[in-house]
Write a protein that binds this ligand. Structure first.
Ligand SMILES: [Zn+2]
Length: 296
């Protein structure tokens, strides 16, 4: 049974008589084409949004093993862009780490079919991955001969990791507080947490698309797969609650090649991409954060 979440997951507020803190975000709910009882709730004071009610962990695991989900998502396409992006990110991660670490220990949480782990291993990281989907774990084994963890609940030895990386995974986690505590324990004091999530609803493209949700709305399965919706502000606030110090938060538009359907359209869309990034309305949020001393 889906679980109702009436209390803000970020600041803990709940509505009470005379103080209606939690409201339905009708625009976001319509955009996702959520049927009853599902809707997007928003906390008025802190602007955090989440799906209510939320499918259970077991229901999510079933969803990620569903063949339809993988066919409907773009995960198994865009291989060359994905490879270039991951290589660039790993170079950047290397720059953020102390230079005397020869072979940084990296864990990719939500490793999918193992692309990031595979590239990290090639680039000299001691990399491993955790993935709940059996389908994806089998893909990682078939493609790269990599055995991902994921049969059991994620557990980390204290102070053992230099890098924890989550690429479009954190927004799938129903209890981000528990995971951030786990990550902080598992990271070394000078370790790095790298998270990328969508900047859903508030990016310039979604703002335009929300005007015509019938045309751009999503299928039900796709809509349900994010239990929470981050903004740069809410992500920063959540990380700080758990004694992480964001080193850098940026928003951007990825995969420019996807926008290349016709010269004029491409030009217009590229302008939109640059404009959105300049206005802080990019479709992706990327954050690099370190455990802060206060949490030690
Ligand atoms: Zn709140």
């Amino acid at each position: 049974m889906p679980t109702p979440i009436d209390k803000c997951l970020l600041c803990g507020r709940e509505s009470r008589p005379g103080a209606r803190y939690i409201v339905t975000d009708r625009g976001a709910s319509a955009f996702l084409r959520l049927p009853p009882p599902y809707k997007v709730l928003r906390c008025v004071p802190c602007h955090f949004r989440w799906l209510n009610p939320q499918p259970t962990e077991a229901e999510y695991t079933e969803l990620y093993d569903d063949k339809y989900y993988h066919e409907a998502s773009c995960y198994f396409s865009e291989d060359s862009e994905r490879k270039a992006k991951f290589e660039a990110r790993l170079r950047e991660i290397r720059q953020h780490l102390p230079h005397d670490i020869q072979c940084p220990v990296l864990l990719d949480v939500g490793a999918g079919p193992g692309d990031f782990v595979h590239i990290a291993l090639k680039m000299g990281f001691k990399a491993s991955g955790y993935e709940v989907s059996k389908f994806s774990r089998q893909e990682a084994e078939r493609r790269y001969g990599i055995q991902l963890l994921g049969e059991d609940t994620l557990d980390l030895q204290p102070n053992t990791l230099d890098v924890i990386h989550l690429e479009h995974v954190f927004e799938h986690i129903t209890d981000p507080h528990a995971y951030l505590e786990l990550f902080r324990r598992g990271l070394r004091p000078d370790g790095l947490l790298v998270i990328e999530v969508p900047n859903q609803f508030d990016n310039l493209r979604d703002r335009f698309r929300r005007l015509v949700p019938r045309r751009y709305g999503h299928s039900l399965r796709y809509s349900l797969h994010h239990p929470v919706f981050y903004t740069p502000r809410s992500l920063r606030s959540l990380l700080e609650q758990h004694h992480f110090t964001p080193q850098r938060i940026r928003q951007y538009y990825p995969y420019m090649r996807l926008y290349s359907n016709g010269k004029v359209t491409r030009l217009v869309k590229r302008c939109l991409c640059y404009l959105s990034a300049a206005l802080g309305r990019g479709i992706l949020i990327e954050v690099y954060a370190r455990p802060s001393l206060a949490g030690a």
